[in-house]
Ligand binder design. Structure first.
Ligand SMILES: [Zn+2]
Length: 122
């Protein structure tokens, strides 16, 4: 594993590591620091706000190409485990959500709830 920020990467990585808690059940490395309302980890680096998973990916892989996103294979927005992160397009991310039925209205959508037993269909 190498760092792509030769002047400060190790210092930043050392700080970031203090904000990570491994989850033994999921295998995720969960962010314990500040979070955006969207649920993603937040990290202030010299006045620039980073999403924690993007920062970790960039520390280890280099700059994120413009227009690309960092996707979570684990679907856990606070996870920063490098093995759970991958580079993709927005389209890749949407297709992944649809495949996993995590899109709006999908059975695994965060907003989707099982109907109550007394719910009647109309
Ligand atoms: Zn994960």
């Amino acid at each position: 594993m190498s760092l792509f920020w030769p002047h400060c990467g190790l210092v930043v990585l050392a700080r970031v590591v203090t904000k990570i808690m491994p989850d033994s059940e999921s295998g995720c490395f969960e962010w314990t620091g500040a979070k955006y309302q969207s649920g993603y980890g937040q990290y202030d680096l010299g006045g620039r706000q980073w999403r924690a998973h993007r920062l970790v990916w960039s520390l280890l892989n280099g700059p994120i190409p413009k227009g690309l996103v960092i996707m979570h294979s684990c679907d856990n927005p606070i996870c920063v485990r490098p093995e759970h992160l991958s580079l993709g397009t927005h389209r890749d991310n949407v297709l992944d959500k649809i495949r996993k039925e995590r899109h709006r209205g999908g059975k695994n959508s965060p907003g989707c709830r099982a109907p109550r037993a007394d719910t009647t269909l109309q």
